[in-house]
Design a protein around this ligand. Sequence first.
Ligand code: MSP
Length: 526
Amino acid sequence: MADDRRYLTTPIYYVNDRPHIGHVYTTLLADVLARAHRQRGRDVFFLTGTDEHGLKVEQSARARGIPPKALADENSRAFRDVMSFMEMTNDDFIRTTDPDHERQVGVLLQRLLDSGDIYLGEFEGWYDEGQEEYYTETKAAEVEYRSPVSGKPLVRAREKNYYFRLSAYQARLEAMLGEQPGFVRPEARRNEVSGRLREGLQDVPISRTNFTWGVPMPGDPEHVVYVWIDALFNYITALGLAEPQSDRFRARGAYWPATCHLMGKEILWFHAVIWPALLMALGLPLPQCVYAHSFWIREGQKMSKSLGNFLDLPTIERYVSHYGLDAWRWYLVTQGPLGATDANFADSHFHDVYTTDLVNTVGNCASRVSAMIGKYFDGALPIAGADVQHGADWPESWPRLCDDAVQAAEEALARQDLVRFADAGIGLLRRVDAFINRTEPFKVAKDPARRDELAAILVTCAEAVRVAGTLLHPILPGRMEELLAAFGGAGAPAAPFAWGRLSAGTSVTKVALYPRAERLTAGADV
Ligand code: MSP
């Protein structure tokens, strides 16, 4: 993969569900990564979409008396709408009912049939009807023969099915996990996958005959391919990988292998084991990373259909209209379950984080600096950023502080560590605040003999605010656009992260980015 290319994906979401915070969270992580890489001049392809086949969609559609495609169209639209409402910058939105996808799934299956990686066989096992998933004996015993999702008993099922020869890939998968330690992230998840892998792999059934809403097995249309296999292929059909003669492949083929597949922890196994084995069988390179975050819970409780407490779209919309989209994005990115533990979404916590980080730190710092430049220098920088001489009453070099923050953000970005990434930007603004408190420009301003000192302090602040705003832009695209416009114009100069881009005379206008807000109690009506 060329060094400047990045391919980022989210799971494709089931259309028998309505969008909620979980879907929005994963897509937001991918969006921030995508924006950050683009901002650094990289060529990014960011994919999300919907997973539309399978028994559950067929059943839900039947219950409503409409064709499955009509249900899929309606709910896929809901996902697409929420993504644009959240200002996600995905480059495509794939649907597994796209003819382009369905056709390529047929081609890929035929290849696997030809190579003997898919064969017809018989199977008996523990089946979770809700999840359309078989469990191994060990896993079934572990969940006490009940679906960990719906709580319903697992059933004993026997089927003549097509199988994927997963067992043949055990050794290669183990070797790969050993050689590519960053393949499964975060670290704790990798250990889980390795542990389960050591229990041994069995071949997996990949077709069903109990429904018709799906892609037929080539040459045996009574069998429909298992929705998970169909779904996993989306990552390569979106790039046209099964059809190297196609326009799609010409435009997008070079994005493979993926930089990072992002997802929730519950579907890691499919991505960390089954997916790489399928790719090995197809002779395709493996993604660099599969990243599994943990779960959002709400006000201390797991979100579930039975509790009816999913943080759903109407609630999300209330947060966004009350606090603004930046606030929503900031809370999710900085407080979310990015690591190996779940995260709690609570009204009061949301409010406190908004007030502390966005109102009191980002907003306050930008408004302080812009107001002082307005007041003492008529809103025009008295000297160029590059010409500032730094006084002795601040122990660190500002160009170095900014460089370090840019470097820390870059390293965090490479590890998908968006909490550190956010810290790099906001940390710089905390330093600006400390610098202002220490150098007291409002006092310096009182002495006409100290004009040069005052100029140096405020231009230093302006440079640092500009660099911080640039660093924070992928998370806070709304207000950071405004901030950058106020500090010298949004027309981002080349090398926007470098110190000293502001020239003498640059106009700085006063900004008020994040207003104080009343606390919103959205939990009350759950
Ligand atoms: N269709 C499959 C994925 C196929 S990918 C080839 C699927 N869809 S889903 O609609 O159930 O979406 C699952 C994803 O939603 C999770 O992996 C995660 O990204 C997100 N979340 C669902 N609930 C969540 C939380 N409570 N918290 C955080 N994210 C979770 O599985």
